[in-house]
Ligand binder design. Structure first.
Ligand code: F6P
Length: 320
């Protein structure tokens, strides 16, 4: 019987568990033996690898996090360590590997393919939505909904106190969490790492919006969008109002996955297993224009993530 190992790697994202469940169950349905590797590449090195069964993944579809646990392994960057790790697959006759993770996790998988001929498939799983080849990564939709729920709460108190409020969101160098939650949350300003913003413009917008009758303002600030303190100081100086700052942090990583992420997990997982059935390796699974597809992993990693300039423009046009 053919064998597949699966793992989650890098930052966890809601929907990873739903994807693990789908991989285990569809893998077994297609007559593979499925193995789980704990803590990503760290567990491959230490040999924390165990067989999984349909009941191993009961009652997890609705849970955030990952039952396989996850880690960012620096050790794996060393060739000798990778050779040890691969032995832990070889001694179990495993030559198929599915990795759910982001950019760094995909690069690790590609190295295993290039160096040892392991069939690897990458499933995009990160709240950041920072992989350019796919419209969506697992966990992004849920994270944005979590931010939206925080924005809704903040709007209430913001309106009551006539405040300027800054919400800081995650995303590393990618502004998608900020952009989508800012647009969907009806926020006055969205600051993203990809677009340089003069903070004085943000302050001017607060002043202008007051002239138009607005009594409160909500600004979404992506963590990579510059110096937050400078933004606070600029607004304070220009408007006389001290903005309140809410940093949402790791709250964005947890919670029950949305319908979108659960369905995406099922689609990504079945597509990944079908690729292995066809003997295709070194592929990245993604979604483009609502269609699931796959492409060469190395090519996928070359696609630069571009911020959606139309959406950004909309956030400005709709916040008069
Ligand atoms: O990549 C996901 C992410 O949550 C980023 O948005 C954030 O910058 C980073 O991980 C935080 O990393 P850590 O979990 O190591 O604190």
């Amino acid at each position: 019987m053919k064998k597949i190992a699966i793992m989650t790697s890098g930052g966890d994202a809601p929907g990873m568990n739903a994807c693990i469940r789908a991989l285990v169950r569809y893998g077994i349905y297609r007559e593979y033996k499925v193995y789980g590797i704990e803590r990503g590449y760290a567990g491959m090195i230490s040999g924390d690898i165990f067989q999984m069964y349909p009941r191993s993944v009961s009652d997890i579809i609705q849970r955030g996090g990952t039952i396989l646990k996850t880690a960012r392994s620096l050790e794996f960057k060393e060739a000798s360590v990778r050779a040890e790790a691969i032995e832990n697959l070889r001694c179990r006759d495993i030559d198929n590997l599915i990795v759910i993770g982001g950019d760094g996790s995909f690069r690790g998988a590609l190295t295993l393919h290039d160096e040892f001929g392991i069939n690897v498939i990458g499933i995009p799983g990160t709240i950041d939505n920072d992989l350019g080849y796919t419209d969506l990564t697992l966990g992004f939709d849920t994270a944005v909904n979590t931010v939206l729920s925080a924005i809704n709460n903040l709007r209430d108190t913001n309106a009551a106190h006539e405040r300027v409020s800054i919400v800081e969101v995650m995303g590393r160098n990618c502004g998608d969490i900020a952009l989508y939650s800012g647009l969907a949350g009806g926020c006055e300003y969205v600051l993203v790492p990809e677009i340089q913003t003069d903070f004085r413009e943000v302050a001017q917008k607060v002043i202008l919006s007051a002239k138009r009758g607005k009594t409160s303002n909500m600004i979404v600030f992506a963590e990579g969008a510059g110096n937050k303190q400078e933004l606070i100081d600029t607004i304070k100086e220009a408007t006389g109002k001290t903005p309140t700052v809410t940093t949402l942090g790791h709250i964005q990583r947890g919670g029950a996955p949305s319908m979108v992420d659960r369905v995406l997990a099922a689609k990504f997982a079945t597509h990944a297993i079908d690729l292995l059935r066809k003997g295709e390796g070194a592929k990245a699974v993604g979604i483009k224009d609502y269609k699931i597809f796959s492409m060469d992993l190395d090519k996928a990693l070359e696609v630069k993530k571009v911020v959606d300039a139309e959406l950004y423009k909309m956030t400005q046009q709709l916040s008069l």
